[in-house]
Structures are given as C-alpha cells and as structure tokens.
Design a protein. Sequence first.
Length: 338
Amino acid sequence: MIVKERDFPANLLFLQAIERHLENDHPSMPRVKELIAKQIKGYKGESAIDYPLSILPQQDYYILHSLSLQFQNQNFHIDTLLLSNNFISLLEVKNMGGTIHFDRKFNQLTQTYMGNVKYYQCPIIQVNNQERLLKQWMEQFGFPQIPITPFVVISNPSCMIQVDPGDKSTNQKVIHGHYLPTKIEQQKAISNRQSLSTIEIQNLAHTIIEHHKSKPTLTLKQLNITPSELLLGVQCSYCLAIPMKRTHSYWCCPKCNNKSKDAHIPALSDYCLLFNETISNKEAREFLLVPSTNVMKRILTSTGLQTIGNTRSIKYNLYPLINLTSPSNRDIIISNSR
C-alpha cells in the first residue's frame, strides 16, 4: 500500500517560483526554463513506475515516494522506498532514452541518443550511497538491521541497456520499470527470513514520514540571479501579471481587473521557496508590496500558520504552504510565462 504519495519536486517548484518573479529577458531565464523541462521529465519518469508497483500485493509492502532525509548534516533523496517484513527495496528512477551503457570500470554512464553522446555519474554509485546513508539513518533510531536492496530503474521502456561483457553485477541492480514487480517478488523469495514485525514496519514508515522534509537543492546563486533582480508582489492567476494591488479585503489585478481574496497564498509559498521558511510582518510587507502593518497582520493571521517568537519578533512558518499550493501529484505542470 502507498503510505506516502509522490511529492511534486521541490527543485521544480523553486524554478517555477523564479520564473514567476523574473523578467522574461533576464539572461538566466533560458537556463531556468531548461531546468524546468528537465525536472518535469524526471517527474514523469518517476510517475511511470506507479503502474508496475500497483501490481505488487498491496498487503505485503509499504510504499513511500519522494523521500528527503538527513543524516549528520548529509541530505539524501530517495525516489521510492518499499518496506516489507524481510527486506527493504530502494529505487532510483531514471527517465532516459536511446542507448545507455554502464561502464563499471570507470563508474560512469554513457547515453547515446539521436546521435548525441552524454556522460553521467554512474547511478549505481548513487543508489549504493543512498543505501549506506539509509542504513545509518535507521541505526540512529534503533531499528533492527534488515537487508536493503537498491535498484536503478529505467522507466523508459524503449531505452536499450548495455553492459560490458562479463559484468553480471550491473544486471542484478539495473532493471526496466516493467520488470519491477517480478524483481521485487524474486527478492522477497530470496530474503525469506522476517527481520521486522508489522508493527516495526509501521513505526519505521511513520518515522520516515515524520523526518521527511523536501527542500530545493538549487540556489539563486547557482543560476546567477541576485535577490534584488526578482520581481516583488502577488501574481495574478488569470493573466500572470505582477504585482496585484491590495484593495480593501481582496487583491485586484491592474491589468485584467481579476479579483482574488487569497492570491497572497501562492506568493508566500514562493517566498518560502526562494528565501526563507519563516517570514516577519516587515518582510511580508516588502515582498507583497503592502505598506500597512495592520493589513499585513490580518493577512498573515488569516492563513492560520504557526507562529514563532514573541509579539515583537513574531515570524510565521510558511513551509505548510508549499504542499497547499503544489500541483496535484497526478498533474504535470508546464510552467507559465508572463
């Protein structure tokens, strides 16, 4: 059964927030759009394994998608985790086309697609590192040892996988998505000794979800964008103009006259993605372009967000707004341009 749904990628949300607050002619905009397309492709690839996973006996597995955990200041991401009584399967999903060749001698991946050749870090190294970090992460909470089997899953069925002659280890770790149910059930037959009880599996799943926190790994600096270059204000959801003006108890777009009572919600979510998880009244006034302290207090209070600090230094925790304003996990959002 699925106990944690797939999150919309934090890096994609971050990039789309930049796109909403950056001039179209900014020199970094082409790179932002390129990365958005890449993130959407990766998200589609991860979603492609949903059907193969649905074939598995639902009562035998706890499925957790899109996990972001931390061990000793080391952040690590897991595309999909399967928990069972006798083993854990860790899945790293790659959405690649053409022909890919695993070179285990130099630990690199070569992709040939439409006449172009690209080189990548070997995803087997990546998934092995995730396995080590997950083991250490579980140990710190006192969970019993349980076999962890990592797989690199190629979600594109038309992708051809090549390995060097005699390389049998890669064949055990790299599979096509459609073969996933068979591989998981084979692993279940191999790992036939129960390591965790059902209660322990439930506790492990709960602990993982409790400590999961999705954050963008990209930064403005990496994209050669300074905070001062971002447009301030609330974006109109109808015509995408920015900024809207606060008039009485609603927001009004000066370009199309669209009115909204809660257009500040996605704007505050953008602030959380771009700058900080908390915001003060002053910071909110500057970002949303609202001059009145009292008006901004009413806006922030109406969100029902948790507050931090005392009356003079109160800040609002914006992190819950990211999930509130994220697209449905079933939707692939193509970014909008002003």
